[in-house]
Structures are given as structure tokens and as C-alpha cells.
Design a protein around this ligand. Structure first.
Ligand SMILES: [Zn+2]
Length: 251
């Protein structure tokens, strides 16, 4: 397994409550647009979820009067509050990555691999690294960069002993992630019913007061309603799940 990246388990992924999950995203609010309904269900089921926000989120305003260093502080407070709205207390902010300039460097990959070995999640969530454009959307380059770095932190870096031996020196043994949940994907294979937690998700989004107004909330609600419609759910989130390891989530 150490050198080959393929798995041959073609069964459709099933929703389950992981013991631990780690969500790695570029900016404050990414996780709430993408998957905080699913996170809310996991937390209600007893999961420990960690959020990791990689950039400083300091480009989240085009208003020339906004103090951008103040914006970093405000947005991090918003993210902590939104995490609490779905029961997540463990929020990590990486330092030294400016909003809008993120690249999938080895340094970033190592930092995410370190966090995976520290938190030992069953499930890692991030953006789909293959999504760059849609019919009417250009994915943010920070989203693409965090997706690339996280995907390759999961495999091979977090699980392979000889990669980043400095992590071993820190006492961090390799860790295999069971599943990766990619958000904003062209090829979803899992639909999660979030009907019972939609208000929690909307409350989490409302915490990002510098970014999100009522029109945006309505838009997200419509996305989640559309995602659920075909499957008989009032609201749903969709993922492309890559199943890597069969180890039971209660391991
Ligand atoms: Zn973003």
C-alpha cells in the first residue's frame, strides 16, 4: 500500500458517524457553505470534529475602508462562533498563509499531514482538487491549493513512515484515513440528509456576518434543497467520497 495510490473497493459509500473527523479548508466560512450540516449530524452522533482553516481569510472584503488586519481577527472569531453553532469546539488556524496566495507546497502538505497524525481522523473533508471551473463559476485558487495539499497529505504523507521523518521525530506515528469527503465536486457519490439540522447550518452561516447576508442564506438553502430533491430529502449535502481503508470507524 505504501507506493500505490489505487483502491479497488467499488461499493457505494454509506453515511456513518465517525469517531473523529478533520475538515481542512482555505477560508473562514468554506466549511459552512460546504458541509457543516453533515458535521452537525456527526457531532450529534458523538463525533469529535476538528476544523482547520489554512489562510488568514484577510481578503474577505473589497471595501477600501475595511482594516484588513482587523478583518483577520473578526473572521476567526466568526469561524469559532459558527463552529460552536454545530457543536465543534476544536478550531485550528494555520499561520503564515495569506488569503489569495495559497499554493500546494510541501511545507503546507507537511503541516496538514502533521495535523492528520495528531488528530487521527476517520474522515477528512476538503475541496475536490479536480474542480477548477464550472459553467458559471471559477473555483478560488486557494480552494484548489488546499484541496491538492490535503489530498496528498492524506495519501501518501500521513500514512507513510519514510515521508516527513521529522514528524516521527515529533512522536507522530503514521495514520491511515478511512474516507475523504470532497465538497464542490462534479461527481458526487454520497447524499447526506441534513433536513433535521438545516437550522443549525443556517445559524452557523449567520455567524459569518462580514461575509453572508440573508440573500446568501436563501441561496445556500436552495442549493441544499436541490441536492435533496431527487433523493426525497428536504435538504441535503453532497460529496464525492473516496474510500481508502476499511478499518472500522470505531477502531
Ligand atoms: Zn473560500
Amino acid at each position: 500500500m505504501a507506493s500505490e495510490g489505487t483502491n479497488f473497493n467499488m461499493e457505494a459509500p454509506q453515511f456513518y458517524i465517525p469517531q473523529r473527523a478533520l475538515a481542512v479548508f482555505a477560508h473562514c466560512d468554506d466549511v459552512d457553505f460546504g458541509c457543516s450540516g453533515t458535521v452537525a449530524r456527526w457531532v450529534e452522533g458523538g463525533a469529535h470534529v476538528t476544523y482547520c482553516i489554512v489562510t488568514d481569510s484577510g481578503a474577505g472584503s473589497n471595501d477600501p475602508k475595511v482594516d484588513l488586519s482587523d478583518l483577520v481577527r473578526v473572521r476567526q472569531a466568526e469561524q469559532r462562533a459558527s463552529a460552536r453553532a454545530v457543536g465543534v469546539e476544536d478550531v485550528r488556524f494555520f499561520e503564515g498563509y495569506q488569503d489569495g496566495y495559497l499554493e500546494p507546497t510541501l511545507t503546507l502538505r507537511r503541516e496538514i499531514a502533521r495535523l492528520i497524525r495528531q488528530t487521527r481522523p476517520n474522515i477528512v473533508m476538503t475541496f475536490d482538487p479536480e474542480l477548477i471551473i464550472t459553467e458559471n463559476y471559477i473555483n478560488h485558487p486557494d480552494h484548489h491549493a488546499v484541496a491538492m495539499a490535503t489530498t496528498h497529505a492524506v495519501f501518501p504523507s500521513a500514512g507513510t513512515r519514510p515521508i516527513f521523518p521529522e514528524l516521527l521525530a515529533e512522536g507522530l506515528e503514521p495514520h491511515n484515513v478511512n474516507d475523504v469527503y470532497f465538497v464542490l465536486s462534479h461527481r458526487n457519490n454520497l447524499v447526506v440528509d441534513i433536513g433535521a439540522v438545516i437550522e443549525k447550518k443556517l445559524d452557523a452561516l449567520r455567524c459569518h456576518a462580514t461575509q453572508i447576508d440573508e440573500a446568501t442564506l436563501t441561496m445556500v438553502k436552495e442549493w441544499n434543497a436541490n441536492d435533496g430533491k431527487e433523493h426525497g430529502f428536504a435538504f441535503a449535502e453532497t460529496f464525492h467520497v473516496v474510500h481508502l481503508h476499511d478499518a472500522p470507524p470505531t477502531e
